[in-house]
Design a protein around this ligand. Structure first.
Ligand SMILES: *Cc1c(COP(=O)(O)O)cnc(C)c1O
Length: 393
């Protein structure tokens, strides 16, 4: 089961290109150029070179002794937190910047919610001398001032977005609008495995290094595969990056963890696969959070990186195919897991990643003795203000 989108850019019923007419040629060109580059050993060698020399790959897998003894599981962690800029997002930003250079684009635009994708993009643009503009909701700018400063320091321009809820989904709309106008010299780096084709496929390919490395590292170390691999799901890029290597291994269970916010019953969450329905958002047909009239519902998660009403098309396909199990973890379960992992292993996960650790405590989901591989998508430094407001010692 090797999954490729069909010629219409669909994973089963999901995906496609629901965009203004003017963007179709740009998406077709991007699809063509990406496929050429990805088949070109020189491009692969260049990508690998920067992953190694600049990002710091391969990052290790780490056996979590205390989490294992606490749970009766065998827990191993994939360490995306050790990447330059602190999370998996730089894998994709790097791949797309190299592609933009190859396509002769001079200007990069991106959207960002919490600022992590904006920082990763601004970082790589500084490295390659590309002009960089990042769209960010006014609300998010106020909440994430340190990342706004980082982006500016790296030489990027941050464009405040005051439409809608002034958050990520509005920043995405605004970036799309910019791209329609400036498509000649501009490449748009979407930060997750969502959006119109070829983004879900291209971002997956740039992120699959996570699972390709982890699978080989696990095999080399234990001479077998894990029983289960777990990753958190916002738009879905770190999860699909982890899962892709294991999808053909029918005996490896795959679990994607969405943001349950204040609980699925409260309606205040960001869990479209667990509690949403299919529809069109940001150029793609996929599960999303919408009301009966198809209006996108406001989301809530303690974790800014998971606070998105949609999800990548391939996850929708994997859900309906029954290959991946999707569950939701609430805000307070995630914060408890963060505290547990930090004090047990000396590793402070991002709040997003803490969602992937929380299910380790669930013996109904993970029977005793299971060998579990958890993707730690990023480190928690960026979240310490949020966590400090919630926990006291
Ligand atoms: C952005 C982010 C996520 C969520 O994005 P995905 O595309 O679903 O991976 C998860 N973890 C961290 C650390 C992030 O920064």
């Amino acid at each position: 089961m090797l999954i490729r989108p069909d010629e219409k850019g669909r994973f089963g019923a999901f995906g496609g290109r629901y965009v203004p007419e003017t963007l179709i040629p740009a998406l077709e060109e991007l699809d063509l150029e990406f496929n050429k580059a990805w088949a070109d050993p020189l491009f692969r060698a260049e990508f690998d070179h920067y992953l190694k020399e600049y990002v710091g790959r391969p990052n290790p897998i780490t056996e979590a002794k205390k989490l294992s003894s606490d749970t009766g599981l065998h827990v191993v962690i994939k360490r995306e937190d050790l990447n330059h800029t602190g999370a998996h997002k730089i894998n994709n930003a790097l791949g797309q910047c190299l592609l933009a250079l190859r396509m002769g684009k001079k200007r990069i635009i991106a959207e960002t919610g919490a600022g992590q994708h904006g920082v990763a993009t601004a970082t790589v643009c500084a490295l390659f001398g590309l002009e960089c503009e990042v769209y960010m909701g006014v609300e998010d700018i106020a909440r994430q001032q340190l990342n706004v400063f980082r982006m500016k320091l790296l030489g990027a321009k941050v464009n405040p977005v005051s439409s809608g809820t002034q958050t990520l989904k509005d920043a995405l709309n605004e970036a799309m609008r910019d791209w329609v106008t400036n498509v000649g010299d501009t490449h748009y780096i979407i930060g997750t495995a969502a959006g119109p084709h070829p983004y879900p496929y291209m971002v997956r390919e740039f992120q699959r290094v996570i699972g390709d490395e982890a699978r080989a590292q696990y095999l080399a170390r234990y001479d077998r595969l894990p029983d289960v691999a777990i990753a958190c799901v916002g738009g879905g890029s770190n999860a699909i990056g982890m899962f892709t290597a294991f999808v053909p291994d029918a005996n490896v269970r795959l679990i994607g963890v969405e943001a349950g916010g204040l609980g699925l019953n409260s309606g205040k969450h960001a869990a479209p696969l667990s509690a949403g329905s299919p529809g069109v958002l940001h150029g793609s047909y996929s599960y999303l959070m919408q009301d009966d009239d198809g209006q996108v519902i406001g989301t809530h998660s303690i974790s800014a990186g998971l606070d998105y009403p949609g999800v990548g098309a391939e996850h929708s396909y994997l859900k309906d195919a029954g290959r991946v199990e999707y569950i939701a973890i609430d805000d307070d379960e995630a914060i408890n897991a963060l505290k547990w992992v930090a004090s047990s292993e000396g590793l402070i996960p991002a709040i997003e990643s803490a969602h992937a650790f929380a299910p380790l405590r669930n013996r109904d989901l993970l029977p005793e003795g299971s060998r579990v591989l958890v993707n730690m998508s990023g480190r928690g430094d960026k979240d310490m203000e949020t966590v400090a407001r919630l926990l006291s010692f």
